[in-house]
Design a binder for this molecule. Structure first.
Ligand SMILES: Nc1ncnc2c1ncn2[C@@H]1O[C@H](COP(=O)(O)OP(=O)(O)OP(=O)(O)O)[C@@H](O)[C@H]1O
Ligand SMILES: [Mg+2]
Length: 328
């Protein structure tokens, strides 16, 4: 551009000032073109990455169209679960096996870090075991249609989060086509209807990203109703009472009783003894292995330390359960 300007100046067609002005204006005018040339490499890189992701999603083994089976009854079968996550290959769960019939309930207890939540995540299919199987009505969780599995499993995670939206939307798992009667049924089953009625806007109360205006216990109870939504056959509750007061714990006990009457299979992970009164069986985990498993009446004395000859590991330090707590 400068060369062309110099030639025009020598031919007395333009002045020196016009060359400078033209070079400034020309530089600005060509800036977008330069931008496109600079960004071209990134564009090509992003386009090829998008293509690779698309290919991966289409060829993923998880993408297989699975047979939609009859809805499960809730027969849970856990076979020799092993969990050794990379990179440090520490054994988190080892040789966990148990079975539950529809309508049976199990409490999982154990010290912090013993693998309770990892087991809970495996039971709902969100964590894949290194070896072993979790079967619902005989079929491995990995072979269920993922949508159908989600509809038949209720899960209350330990670090439960609510979505920004109304209480109704939160109970309905943000399904905009949810039927009001299903939302109400979940609220009734989980015994939160009275609590929701206290809010001036009831089920239309808006919940913010941080859960406001609900308290920790109220959030936990909405999370419980969300787990009950759609009448699941398997319910996994990870420390559902960690933030509850006495009324909340009574409501939870009622909810577990209703789940039992309805034939739901329930696994309740807990650090507190109150829940143990509501279950049929108890499993005690220690360092990722089963330290005790049996009916409530068999295992309670091991927890409370009332039976002579209990080995020390069964009352491991860090266990929140009190040393002597009667079952009834
Ligand atoms: N996905 C994962 N990958 C790697 N390590 C994991 C994973 N999930 C859990 N762990 C490890 O497994 C161990 C057990 O964790 P888990 O959360 O199951 O304990 P917990 O018994 O639920 O404890 P708490 O009572 O404190 O909730 C921890 O050391 C944790 O770091
Ligand atoms: Mg946990």
């Amino acid at each position: 551009m400068l060369g062309w300007g110099a030639w025009l100046a020598l031919s007395n067609e333009i002045t020196g000032g016009m060359i400078i002005a033209a070079s400034i204006i020309g530089g600005r005018a060509l800036a977008p073109v330069e931008g496109i040339i600079d960004g071209w490499k990134s564009y090509v890189g992003a386009k090829s990455a998008y293509g690779r992701i698309q290919k991966l999603l289409h060829t993923s083994p998880l993408n297989v169209h699975r047979l939609r089976l009859p809805n499960p009854a809730g027969r849970l079968s856990v076979e020799r679960l092993l969990f050794v996550p990379p990179p440090n290959k520490r054994v988190i769960l080892n040789g966990i096996s148990f079975q539950l019939s529809p309508g049976e309930s199990l409490a999982v207890v154990g010290a912090s870090g013993s693998g309770k939540s990892a087991l809970g995540r495996m039971l709902v299919g969100s964590l894949i075991p290194t070896a072993g199987n979790v079967r619902l009505d005989m079929m491995d969780l990995r072979n269920w249609d993922s949508r159908q599995l989600g509809e038949n499993i209720g899960y209350l995670p330990q670090d439960m989060q609510l979505f920004p939206g109304t209480i109704k939307e939160n109970i309905a798992r943000m399904n905009r086509e949810a039927k009001d009667e299903d939302v109400f049924k979940a609220a009734q089953m989980s015994d939160i209807h009275e609590m929701v009625s206290q809010f001036s806007q009831g089920y239309e109360t808006q919940v913010a990203m941080d859960g406001a205006p609900l308290s920790g216990g109220q959030r936990q109870r909405i999370g419980l109703a969300r787990a009950f939504y759609n009448n699941p056959r398997l319910l996994v509750l990870d420390e559902p009472n960690s933030n509850l007061d006495t009324i909340g714990e009574q409501a939870l006990a009622q909810a577990l009783e209703r789940a039992k009457q309805d034939g739901m299979t329930v696994i309740a992970i807990t650090q507190r003894p109150a829940l143990l009164r509501c279950v049929d069986k108890i499993m005690m985990l220690k360092d990722g292995t089963v330290a005790a498993f049996g009916s409530r009446d068999e295992v309670m004395p091991l927890i409370t330390g009332k039976r002579p000859g209990i080995s020390q590991h069964q009352n491991a330090p860090g266990h929140n359960l009190p040393a002597a707590q009667p079952a009834e």
